[in-house]
Design a binder for this molecule. Sequence first.
Ligand code: AMP
Length: 395
Amino acid sequence: MTRSVFVINAGSSSLKYQLVDVDSGAALAGGLIERIGETTGEAKHQAPGIEKVVERRVIPDHEHAFGWVLRQFDQHGPSLDSAQLLGVGHRVVQGGARFDRAVRIDEDVQQQIEDLAPLAPLHNPANLQGIRSARATFPGYPHVAVFDTAFHLTIPPAAHRYAIEAQVAAEHRIRKYGFHGTSHQFVSRRMAELLGRPLDEVNTIVLHLGNGASATAVRGGRSVETSMGMTPLAGLVMGTRSGDIDPGVIFHLHRVAGLSIDEIDTLLNKRSGLLGMTGTGDMRDVLQAADAGIERAVEALEVVGHRLRGTVGAYLAHLGRTDAIAFTAGIGENAARVREIALEGLEGLGIVLDPERNAGRGERRISADGSAIEVWVVPTNEELEIARQVADLVG
Ligand code: AMP
């Protein structure tokens, strides 16, 4: 018999959903509603065996969006009644120092998510909007919050503290939180399965390289270091975010270049990274441009590779003994060239890629037989990880 979880990722003007069979891991249905609250929204619903539904219409708010979703399940299927819904899982970006695991949502949890909004002003209020509307739409079911930060709360103080005045840090909750936790957790657990060893014995470096990108050092199933910080701006070069930068640059941009704080925020979050360096934030276009010999694309890839190799090197040192490196997300799963530059020249550290395996597809080992550290591509599945955590909590 099917047991399913309804997984929700709510943005300020978007709603992504998936109905997940927790036992088989299959997506029973899914969809995306965009431009909620704008003059025309777009809503899509799809499920195996039905024709994809696409509608352009006004969707004033998240509650109307959920109303549309329920109608699609009624009219086109699959039937929510026969899916044995266990509960509803909500992706919440910032869980602060409080939430180290998924929790059942009540008024108190909602209040705490709201209290954390200053740390994630773009995300937590939108996630909360999704939670409120979903609780109104699915009143009879348990709702669970799954935090992007939770997996990283095991990072020790030496790694999560910033060397700034202690009182200021404490007062404003300034520390490393890390993000993409659901993905890092899923991939590191899967990595132990693939190696055929108990999770608590396996040390893995997970490279989640998508439009947003982060690296995590996982020791025995626990995150011990990650590249994103108090916000998702830190660390690796991303589609539109700069990743690590000397904080002094911000003062310079303000005092010398005359940019306001909001302008600098937009510059570093939305107009930097691949986009800032090459004019496109899409790795496929950057790779194509580099192949065509366009210099700024070639140089951008050098920056991406340099940052990745430095991060891998640091995490080898933090872990002491590393069993595997796992690549995941859009770029990590699909871009052989990026995987190659991320590990180029690390043969002396026991990391040797097999070019043929690297050029293949799907979940697989891509290191050479003699490589001391195994390298894998492990497709991530954040919806399934959320669904499993919901099922563990309420099932
Ligand atoms: P994500 O945020 O995980 O969806 O990843 C998005 C990123 O993956 C974008 O930069 C895409 O250009 C990149 N990507 C997706 N497919 C490929 C591919 N076949 N080759 C290179 N990059 C890809």
